[in-house]
Design a protein. Structure first.
Length: 219
C-alpha cells in the first residue's frame, strides 16, 4: 500500500490499535498525560460519536488501573462495588448516567484523592437534569473537547483501517475519499467496511470508480 506522508503522531494503545494524535484530540491527550496531577478529581472529555473518546478512556483505564463503568450500570447502591478498591475510574457516556449516583461516585473518588474520567457527547453544562452540586463540581474541573477530525487525521484513519483489513489502497483513493466522505471517525470506519464488502462482492480492487459508487456520487 502506498504510504501517505502524514504529520501525525502515534502511541501504543495498550492492547488496542495505535491511536492517531492530531490537533483535534491533542488537548485531551495532554490532559490524560498529566494524570495523576489533575487540578480536580474529574476530567470530562466530550465530542461526537466515533471521535475516539472511548479509545482514550481505555488507554487511561489501563494506565491508572481504573474500572470502566457504563452509565446504564451506575446506581447509588452499586457505586462502592463498581469502584472497588480503585482510586480512579472511567464513566463512559456519562451524560446518560443518573445524576445522583454519579455525584456519589464523584464524592467517593474525591475522598480517595483519585480521579474520574468522564466521556460524553455534550459538556456537563448542557446535561439535562444535572444536580446543582454535580454541576458545580464538574464545572470546576477541566472540560476538554475532542473536535471533528481534520483532513490529515481522516486520511491517517483510513490508511490504518485499510491496513487492518490487509487492503492495498493507493494514496489517490484515500485522498479522494477524504474529499467526499462524511467527516467523522465513525463514517471512516463504516466507509472502509463498505468498500471492503463491495470489492469482495465485485471481485475488484478498491479504486476511485468503486469509491464513487459506494459514496453514491454522480460523475
Amino acid at each position: 500500500m502506498t504510504q501517505l506522508i502524514l504529520d501525525l503522531g502515534h502511541r501504543p494503545a495498550l492492547g488496542e490499535a495505535d491511536f492517531l494524535v492530531a490537533p483535534c484530540n491533542q488537548s485531551a491527550i495532554q490532559w490524560l498525560d498529566r494524570w495523576p496531577a489533575w487540578p480536580a478529581p474529574a476530567l470530562t472529555v466530550y465530542g461526537p460519536a466515533g471521535c475516539g473518546k472511548t479509545h482514550l478512556a481505555r488507554v487511561f483505564a489501563a494506565r491508572s488501573r481504573a474500572p470502566i463503568i457504563e452509565a446504564a450500570s451506575l446506581a447509588t447502591d452499586s457505586v462502592p462495588a463498581l469502584l472497588g478498591n480503585a482510586t480512579a475510574c472511567v464513566v463512559d457516556d456519562a451524560d446518560r448516567a443518573a445524576a445522583e449516583p454519579l455525584l456519589h461516585l464523584y464524592n467517593l473518588v474525591a475522598e480517595r484523592r483519585g480521579g474520574m474520567l468522564l466521556t460524553c457527547q455534550e459538556p456537563p453544562a448542557r446535561w439535562p437534569g444535572i444536580l446543582p452540586d454535580l454541576r458545580s463540581r464538574l464545572g470546576a474541573a477541566p472540560v476538554i473537547a475532542v473536535a471533528a477530525p481534520d483532513d490529515a487525521l481522516l486520511a491517517g484513519l483510513l490508511v490504518k483501517q485499510f491496513a487492518d483489513r490487509q487492503l492495498a489502497v493507493s494514496e489517490e483513493v484515500v485522498l479522494f475519499l477524504v474529499r467526499h466522505m462524511e467527516r467523522s471517525f465513525e463514517a471512516a470506519r463504516r466507509l472502509v467496511a463498505e468498500l471492503d464488502a463491495a470489492a469482495l462482492r465485485d471481485h475488484r480492487g478498491i479504486t476511485i470508480p468503486l469509491a464513487r459508487a459506494v459514496l453514491k456520487l454522480t460523475a
